[in-house]
Design a protein around this ligand. Structure first.
Ligand code: NDP
Length: 284
């Protein structure tokens, strides 16, 4: 019998803790924690994400500073804006919503965000610190997965963990976090040979691919913990993950659904990182 990992419940519990820490910060530091969000252009998905992030901030007692630039904003306009946020002492975290319009140099813009305000955890310094298992701001989605594994009491030490996907924002930091938690980690990608066999050996299997129902029951070991990071739409336009949930769930000890699994944790971990960044800057 499998247990469903309820991302909404984990998220609600953590948001309660975040709200309490945000209140404590306001009392101690005489101002609200601040998160600046930068949105360039009118990508509809990005607009929804930004709206959700701003709403989540309000609910958590974090002040949001929304900054909108038009689709044709120049590199220097975006850089000036980000630089002004870096210098603003009311801003504890800066988030530049990706993807940026194609004509902009994304790396140059992200590189302006100092490590202590990099609440997405995407900077080279934060990723380097993560690799060295040092204190850092960790990318939100994989950090959310770790929070759920911990809260569920899932033992990672010495276990075989397989991560499918090696992106800088999900797969790689996920693998690093699992390694730091003493799992034995294999990272798979589109060039991996014998993927099925590797996955069948996983005690913990994390799918971060972006292909609907990619992970089938014959790829899963009996009793495995299966974490589905993927967000896809099936032929009917319905949200689904990278895992063939209905077929796979019977073999699992734990599994995350899509929607309602990893997804709700991502924004929560953004709030969490913002609180951590603020507390560090205020030396709380
Ligand atoms: P990317 O497209 O950046 O990376 C996908 C990875 O999957 C790549 O490493 C790729 O390999 C690998 N891959 C693709 N096809 C195969 C295959 N046939 N076999 C094995 N590996 C394969 O995606 P992201 O990491 O950004 O996101 C992954 C998924 O997670 C997406 O569905 C995305 O929407 C979702 N997501 C969900 C979030 C949430 O909040 N729940 C947040 C962020 C992402 P290669 O490197 O060789 O190309």
């Amino acid at each position: 019998m499998f247990k469903l990992i309820d991302g909404k419940a984990h998220s609600a519990r953590l948001r309660g803790e975040i709200r309490a820490r945000a209140e404590k910060f306001s009392e101690a530091c005489g101002r609200q924690i601040g998160l600046a969000v930068v949105l360039v252009g009118n990508n509809p998905a990005s607009q929804v994400y930004v709206r959700n992030k701003i709403k989540a901030c309000e609910e958590a007692g974090i002040k949001s500073f929304a900054n909108y630039l038009p689709d044709d904003a120049t590199q220097s306009q975006v850089e000036e804006l980000v630089t002004s946020l870096v210098e603003d002492s009311k801003v504890d975290g800066i988030l530049v919503q990706l993807p940026l319009p194609k004509h902009l140099d994304e790396k140059a813009i992200l590189d302006l965000i100092p490590v202590e305000k990099d609440v997405d955890g995407f900077s080279e310094q934060n990723i380097g610190r993560l690799c060295m298992n040092r204190d850092c701001l960790v990318a939100c989605t994989p950090n959310g997965v770790m929070q759920m594994l911990k809260a569920e009491g899932i033992d990672l030490k010495g276990k075989n963990a397989v991560v499918i996907g090696r992106s800088n924002i999900v797969g790689k930091p996920m693998a690093m976090l699992l390694l730091n938690a003493d799992a034995t980690v294999t990272v798979c990608h589109s060039k991996t040979e014998n993927l099925k066999e590797i996955c069948r050996n996983a005690d913990i299997l994390v799918a971060a691919i972006g292909r609907a129902k990619f992970v089938t029951a014959d790829m899963v070991k009996q009793g495995a913990v299966v974490i589905d990071v993927g967000i896809n739409r099936n032929a009917e336009g319905k949200l689904c993950g990278d895992v063939d949930f209905d077929a796979v769930k019977e073999k699992c000890s734990y599994i995350t659904p899509v929607p309602g699994g990893v997804g709700p944790m991502t924004i929560t971990m953004l709030l969490y990182n913002t609180v951590c960044a603020a507390e560090r800057s205020c030396k709380l």
